[in-house]
Every structure is written in C-alpha cells, then in structure tokens.
Design a protein around this ligand. Structure first.
Ligand SMILES: Nc1ncnc2c1ncn2[C@@H]1O[C@H](COP(=O)(O)OP(=O)(O)O)[C@@H](O)[C@H]1O
Ligand code: SF4
Ligand SMILES: [Mg+2]
Length: 357
C-alpha cells in the first residue's frame, strides 16, 4: 500500500483510487468520501480507522456498489484484481475490473458481491430479513459455492456457527434473526460472510456488539482463516486494540479523506499526522495505571456540510499554523515510513506560512 514499486502493486487485490462518494441533499452536498486512496494487498489486513462520521462505512459500501440514493460515486476507481498495471499504467490491461464503473445494480457486481467479496455490515439486524432462518442464509450461501447436498451444507453451517462461538448451533440454525440477540446476529452475519470463502472480507465494526471473550474468539478465527485461505480483509474499527492485534496496514480517515497510512508498527510507534497522534493519545497506555483519564481530541468532527477550508483538521489541531492550515489543502507526502497529509512535512510550506502569519 505504501511502498511503491511493481512488486507491491502486483500484490494488490483491491485498489481504491481517488474515490469520491457524495450525497445530494436539499440542504447541500455531503462530501462523505472526498478523495480516498487505499490498497488492500493479497492475504493482508488493512484496518480503516477514524472517528464516527469520517466516511469509513460509506467507503466500504462504495466498494460494493451499495450506496443508496441520494448518494453516488462521483469520481474515482475501485480496482478489483487490479494489482498489475499495463505498459501505460492502466490496471484493466491485467484483467482488473473497475467496480465503480460497473452498473451499480447490475449482475456483474452482484456476482462479485457475496462471492469473491463479502461484507459484514455495521447493523447486523438490518441486514438479515425476518423472513428467513439462519440456516436458510447459510445453506443457500454454502450451496451456491460448493456442490454439496442440503444435508452436508447444513452440517457445514453448524460447523461455521460453532466456529464463530454460537452455543447450541444445531438449534440456532433454525432460528429467525429476531429470536437472536444483537451480538448473536453479528456472529451469524460473520458466519454467512465467511460461508462463501471470500477472497476479500470487508467488515464494518464487526465486533462492536460483542463481549471481549467473543471478540477475541472472532479475531482468532479471522486470523486462522487468513492463514488457511489467504483471505484479505478491509476491517473498519474504532477500537485501536483490535487494530494492534489484526492489522498489517492502517489507514486513518478524517472527514472523507485519508490523512495517514502506513504499516501497523509505523502508525503505532511513529505516527506522523497530528490527527493520528491525537487518536493514539486518546487511548490509555499499557501499564499507565487504571486511574489515568482518557484524553479526548478537542472539539468535534464537523458535519461534512460545514467542511472547513484548507486542512479539514485545522479547527481541532494544536499544531495548526494560522494563514496556512486554514487555506492550503495539505499535500500527501512521505513522512517517516508513512504517507501523511499535513503541511508540517513540507518545510518550504511551513516557512512560507510563517512569513504570511
Ligand atoms: N444516506 C446518507 N445521507 C446523507 N448523509 C449520509 C448518508 N450516509 C452517510 N452520510 C454522511 O456521510 C458521512 C460519513 O458517514 P459514515 O461513512 O457512515 O461514517 P463512519 O462510518 O466513519 O462513522 C457522515 O457525515 C454521514 O452523516
Ligand atoms: S495541515 Fe495544519 S491543521 Fe492540518 S494536521 Fe497539519 S498542522 Fe494540523
Ligand atoms: Mg460507520
């Protein structure tokens, strides 16, 4: 993702380039996703982090063509298997397909969705119809992908439910979603998403409603599956503990843009962007004692309808330079081993800004 070069690029399973997804409301245009670039390499986990409202879910839904009106992708590409580029730099030459250019309601995207790419949504209840049992979902998904009898598919379904930590899975297979707790539904969703053996799992806060023991079990399961099948993951979470456990790469979003991306080690040990540092400062340090208060980032994420000019983080940034950060859109620059979108990484911009102020 960060390291440029042919080897790294050819490893890309999913590559999002300049993605913009906007919602057109009567009050104005909400630029929920406003220029996102990120790559999920084969067999790796990329964690997408950022405060609520930063555009993480809309990014995930854009990949799969699941953005509802009045929203739509207005710019950018979502290359699937687009790692290798042709002589002119074009991804399509190597057989990649731009999911953003496909008919968002069409058959090709529907086939990729829930087949090669599966998704666990943030609200599990809303994604399961009350008309079908857990078994209906699981058996159908398994039989779509493997030539097995109904009986065998049921057995595999029970096995999957057991692996995600559902007690008495034989009985639960015949339960309707409304008969299950929120945490149970979330585990069922994870089982359904895994039933097709996806190349990429997109998981949007999949462990939020779970207790810590079940969460640990799910994370172990995902890691096991990744070892077994080389599955890639785009994992959305606000829990930096989960990021530390699961991520190979971390992408930090703020107000619809990526502000920093790097390896998990670099993001945790050498964060470059003031927003990443503030996010990390807001979690307790290991061994710092239980009495230490959590620091929260000053101010709130502005509503995207009131997006600040210049660097979108400037009203909350304790390093902001007046006259510069509130006017200049920060360039995306290499800083340490990461890429970071902040004027502080460009000494010329900083000295020009100081002269202005
Ligand atoms: N259907 C919608 N209509 C209008 N605005 C939306 C819609 N869905 C999301 N948004 C806006 O897009 C922004 C990003 O939302 P989202 O991707 O859900 O954030 P996150 O997942 O990071 O918490 C938010 O400001 C949200 O209000
Ligand atoms: S560009 Fe300015 S406001 Fe934005 S993060 Fe950097 S220092 Fe802070
Ligand atoms: Mg979300």
């Amino acid at each position: 993702m960060i390291t440029e070069g042919k080897d790294r690029m050819s490893d890309a399973l999913l590559r999002i380039e300049g993605l913009k997804t906007h919602f057109f409301l009567d009050e104005g245009t909400v630029r929920s996703v406003d220029g996102v670039d990120l790559t999920v390499p084969r067999g790796k986990t990329v964690c997408l982090v950022g405060e609520s409202g930063c555009g993480k879910s809309v990014t995930a839904r854009s990949v799969l063509g699941l953005v509802d009106a009045p929203g739509r992708i207005v710019e950018g590409s979502v290359w699937w298997h687009g790692g290798d580029r042709g002589p002119g730099g074009e991804a399509a030459a190597a057989g990649g397909v731009d999911l953003a250019a496909l008919d968002q309601r069409g058959e090709q995207l529907r086939r990729i969705r829930g087949n090669e790419i599966s998704m666990v949504f943030q609200e599990p209840m809303a994604s399961l119809s009350p008309m079908y049992t857990v078994g209906d979902y699981l058996v159908e998904t398994i039989r779509l992908h493997r030539p097995v009898s109904k009986k065998e598919a049921r057995e595999q379904g029970v096995g999957l439910l057991r692996r995600v930590g559902i007690p008495r899975p034989e009985q639960r297979l015949d339960a309707y979603p409304f008969q299950l707790s929120g945490g149970m539904c979330q585990r069922v969703m994870i089982a359904i998403a895994l039933a097709c053996g996806p190349s990429l799992l997109i998981a949007d806060e999949p462990t939020t409603a779970l207790d810590v023991t079940t969460q640990a079990r799910i994370l172990d399961l995902l890691r096991e599956l990744q070892d077994e099948t080389e599955m890639s993951m785009l994992f959305i979470t606000h829990d930096l503990g989960v990021v530390a456990e699961l991520a190979d790469e971390v992408v930090v979003m703020y107000l619809g843009t990526v502000v920093e991306q790097g390896s998990v080690d670099d993001i945790f040990h050498a964060p470059q962007h003031p927003y990443t540092r503030a996010l990390l400062d807001s979690i307790p340090t290991m061994g710092a004692g239980t009495r230490q208060r959590l620091r929260s980032i000053q101010g709130q994420v502005p509503h995207p309808l009131n997006r600040p000019p210049g660097c979108p983080f400037h009203p909350r940034c304790d390093q902001a330079i007046a006259g510069l950060c509130d006017t200049v859109d920060p360039p995306y620059l290499r800083a340490g081993n990461s890429l970071s979108r902040c004027v502080l990484h460009d000494p010329e911009l900083v000295s020009a800004g100081k002269e202005l102020s």
